[in-house]
Design a protein around this ligand. Structure first.
Ligand SMILES: *[C@@H]1O[C@H](CO)[C@@H](O)[C@H](O)[C@H]1NC(C)=O
Ligand SMILES: *[C@@H]1O[C@H](CO)[C@@H](O)[C@H](O)[C@H]1NC(C)=O
Ligand SMILES: *[C@@H]1O[C@H](CO)[C@@H](O)[C@H](O)[C@H]1NC(C)=O
Ligand SMILES: *[C@@H]1O[C@H](CO)[C@@H](O)[C@H](O)[C@H]1NC(C)=O
Ligand SMILES: *[C@@H]1O[C@H](CO)[C@@H](O)[C@H](O)[C@H]1NC(C)=O
Ligand SMILES: *[C@@H]1O[C@H](CO)[C@@H](O)[C@H](O)[C@H]1NC(C)=O
Ligand SMILES: *[C@@H]1O[C@H](CO)[C@@H](O)[C@H](O)[C@H]1NC(C)=O
Ligand SMILES: *[C@@H]1O[C@H](CO)[C@@H](O)[C@H](O)[C@H]1NC(C)=O
Ligand SMILES: *[C@@H]1O[C@H](CO)[C@@H](O)[C@H](O)[C@H]1NC(C)=O
Length: 663
């Protein structure tokens, strides 16, 4: 830490350029698309064979409910004294969980080579929420080994000898430069980090991560996970503990950890032992109460910074990894389970006792890792507008249920559920990033909650309200300031549009309210969703900045009836701002964007028909893998020179501080 890092105020200066010219020409290729156009299609009859993250296959929306449900909905709020509001929430509620093995694709190559699209994606959240929480970990944290150096300045290398387990996780070697990269990211955008201590082997624990991460990340380190889904350690496929492994055994290991940290002097700052996170169970072999009842929280009160669980509603492991008895789920048969609010209340019911318990112990309670389905999610669900609505409703219901944050997981090219995906390393000269369905949920959630740290959420309950139209009241100091209305129905005729008739007892309704819409044509749309008319486009189209013109609707209220009626299309979501102060965009932090040369050097930009790129598996740009270890082959084709431009695209360009928007 310390002098190696530039002070935050340096972000205020304009045009701070760290152009890492790695040489070569300036020819670049940009893919153009209309905003609302789904990006990729295969030729009729052709079977898609590329990476899962870009599979264009889409499903059919589920049928409309019969009989029809209530769509003209009275939303009767009160100006003060509302019971059952959530605990106070932060705008950073919706965070990300990045599988450790892909950090060198997502965060950057190393501490001096940070991915600009990642910075932009985080800056969008910080602008609205003030900060963002990112967990680096997952299955790969358990066997990750900190080494001094790796060949060719790499931060990460998979050790493919001895790949095991359901998720076939290769052991990882990584260097301290991963933490410097994270710390450097935090000096650009206000990202705070979670990490995990490897827990498969406890005698002795590999504690190298503790002094390295606490010293390098300092206050940007939120905590260390003590074990990742320990209640799954003993199941046959994992097999890291005997079948008798219990919450008491886990507590014993936690205690051993502390003893070993002391014995090895691994926590010189004292921060590591005070920032632990447990029990991170999956509600699989143990219920949370099984852990609480061992006295875990009292015993380790001074060590536990957070309590946490992890939960996916279901898994798609059969499709991802097969196996003798694998029964593969057809996503079309379950898409309806992702388009109903009841799915969330059912999933979260087992945790309500624990979130109340956590309050009595003064501990924030996190959903540490989640997404649509473990083992990569479902094609057509996890990568469509269905997931956008699902994740936003899920996050809001968690906020209502007194969780203090939720991290949505992302992996590599081989999964469907990524909030964002960097292009395959050998395609990053001609492809930009792909912003997935769930990133939009994160962006909108940041704006729903806002940056005050004082926001309370209430899942609105009313007689006759169906599971297809959840509504939330958002409160500051006990007064409703925003209303969030979701419509899961898919009906292009307009007959299923929701008319939310908002009234607030105890105050006079304003003459008009402002509304922002999260929109797509159908729940099965892939890419090109819009938030207030802005988008990140389709596959390979984003540098992490919103594109298009922001559109904020103004809806006149009925002064006589004292109601404001907001129409929400089927499908869709609306955020209603009840007063001008309730506008939160830009209130978290000044808007910052990090330009890539791909955007600024348009004079050298070539346009490529996306239909050509969609079959670009056969595109023989170069055999040189950009994140790879070898130098470009001597006498390589001219396109190799283009390949080196990746490096240019990706270093920090101009930082534009917009003046605060009028409100
Ligand atoms: C508050 O929440 C509890 C538990 O969910 C419920 O039983 C009660 O009816 C709610 N009270 C009000 C006034 O909504
Ligand atoms: C990061 O990677 C770049 C490009 O490969 C290299 O030039 C640079 O030296 C590396 N930085 C560190 C700190 O290893
Ligand atoms: C890779 O894994 C094997 C098997 O676990 C181990 O013996 C070897 O030391 C590891 N190599 C490195 C470079 O960590
Ligand atoms: C990033 O980290 C390295 C340490 O490897 C440091 O030398 C460098 O100045 C940092 N860069 C920025 C932009 O903060
Ligand atoms: C709630 O949790 C507490 C603490 O573990 C436990 O004593 C109690 O039995 C639980 N209540 C229910 C209904 O599960
Ligand atoms: C959340 O916590 C608040 C404050 O303790 C409580 O009033 C409310 O009922 C809780 N909500 C749920 C869904 O448990
Ligand atoms: C919200 O809390 C964070 C710490 O989690 C703090 O850095 C930030 O300043 C707080 N924001 C406000 C508006 O108090
Ligand atoms: C919405 O965005 C599109 C694309 O940027 C733009 O052409 C259009 O004018 C915008 N609509 C409004 C009402 O701002
Ligand atoms: C990129 O690498 C993958 C895996 O090695 C390979 O299948 C694909 O053909 C390569 N694509 C290009 C454009 O070189």
């Amino acid at each position: 830490m310390g002098s190696a890092f530039a002070p935050p105020r340096f972000l205020r200066s304009l045009c701070l350029c760290f152009i890492l010219l790695v040489g070569g020409t300036q020819a670049e290729i940009t893919v153009y698309h209309d905003n609302n156009q789904a990006a990729f299609t295969t030729a009729p009859g052709a079977q898609y064979t590329g990476p899962a993250a870009y599979n264009p296959t889409s499903l059919t929306p589920p049928p409309l409910p019969s009989p029809t449900v209530l769509t003209t909905i009275p939303v009767n709020l009160q100006n003060a004294g509302t019971p059952n509001l959530s605990i106070k929430q932060k705008g950073s509620f919706f965070g990300f969980s990045i599988e450790m093995s892909v950090t060198n694709q997502v965060l950057g190559k190393n501490s001096t080579f940070i991915q600009v699209p990642f910075l932009n994606l985080m800056a969008n959240i910080v602008q609205r929420a003030g900060s963002v929480m990112v967990r680096v970990g997952g299955n790969t944290q358990e066997s990750a080994k900190l080494v001094d150096t790796l060949p060719n300045g790499r931060v990460l290398a998979k050790n493919l000898t001895g790949v095991t387990g359901t998720t076939q996780t290769p052991p990882l070697d990584y260097t301290p430069d991963l933490f410097y990269m994270m710390r450097n990211i935090s000096s650009f955008v206000n990202v705070h980090w979670f990490l995990g201590i490897p827990w498969f082997i406890t005698q002795p624990f590999d504690l190298a991560i503790v002094p390295a991460a606490t010293e390098i990340l300092g206050d940007y380190l939120l905590g260390f996970q003590a074990g990742n889904e320990p209640d799954m350690y003993s199941i046959p496929s994992h097999g890291h503990r005997p079948a008798t492994y219990s919450p008491n055994d886990y507590s014993g290991e936690f205690s051993n950890l502390l003893t070993q940290i002391d014995a090895t002097n691994s926590d010189p700052t004292g921060q590591g032992k005070a920032k632990l996170i447990g029990p991170n169970i999956a509600n699989f072999n143990w219920k949370p109460e099984d852990v609480w009842n061992t006295g875990f929280v009292d015993t380790f009160d001074s060590n536990l910074a957070y309590l946490a669980v992890e939960k996916y509603p279901r898994d798609n492991c059969a499709a991802a990894y097969g196996g003798p008895n694998a029964v593969i789920t057809d996503p079309q048969t379950i898409i309806n389970l992702y388009l109903t609010h009841d799915a969330h209340t059912t999933l979260l019911a087992p945790y309500l006792n624990s979130t109340m318990y956590a309050q009595t112990k003064n501990k924030p309670f996190l959903m540490f890792e989640t997404n649509t389905a473990s083992c990569g999610g479902f094609l057509g669900i996890s990568d469509s507008f269905t997931a956008t609505l699902w994740a936003l409703d899920y996050a809001l219901e968690m906020a209502h249920s007194n969780f203090s944050g939720a991290m949505f997981h992302l992996g590599g090219q081989n999964v469907f559920y990524n909030p964002f995906t960097s292009p395959p390393t050998n395609q990053s000269t001609f492809h930009q990033w792909t912003v997935g369905a769930i990133y939009y949920s994160a962006l909108v959630m940041a704006e729903v909650i806002g940056p005050s740290n004082n926001t309370q959420v209430l899942s609105y309950a009313a007689d006759g309200l169906s599971s297809f139209t959840p509504i939330y009241g958002i409160y500051e100091n006990g007064t409703p300031v925003r209303v969030a209305v979701m419509n899961y129905l898919d009906d292009p005729t307009g007959a299923s549009d929701v008319h939310a008739v908002i009234a607030i007892a105890g105050t006079t309704m304003p003459a008009s309210v402002k509304v922002k819409y999260l929109a797509a044509k159908t729940v099965v749309q892939k890419g090109g969703y819009t938030w207030a008319n802005q988008t990140f486009g389709g596959n390979f189209e984003s540098d992490g900045r919103l594109m298009g013109t922001e559109e904020i609707k103004s809806v006149d209220c009925d002064a006589t009836a004292q109601t404001c009626t907001v129409v929400v299309p089927a499908p869709g979501f609306a955020l209603v701002f009840l007063n001008d102060d309730a506008f939160t965009e830009d209130k978290g932090a000044a808007s910052m964007t990090f330009a890539t040369t791909a955007r600024t050097r348009t004079h050298n930009t070539a346009t490529v028909d996306p239909a050509v790129l969609s079959t670009s598996n056969g595109y023989k740009m170069s055999d040189h893998e950009m994140a790879g270890t070898s130098k470009p082959p001597k006498g390589a084709a001219p396109r190799t020179a283009q390949a080196s431009l990746i490096a240019v695209g990706l270093v920090i360009g101009t930082i534009v501080a917009m003046l605060g928007r009028a409100s």
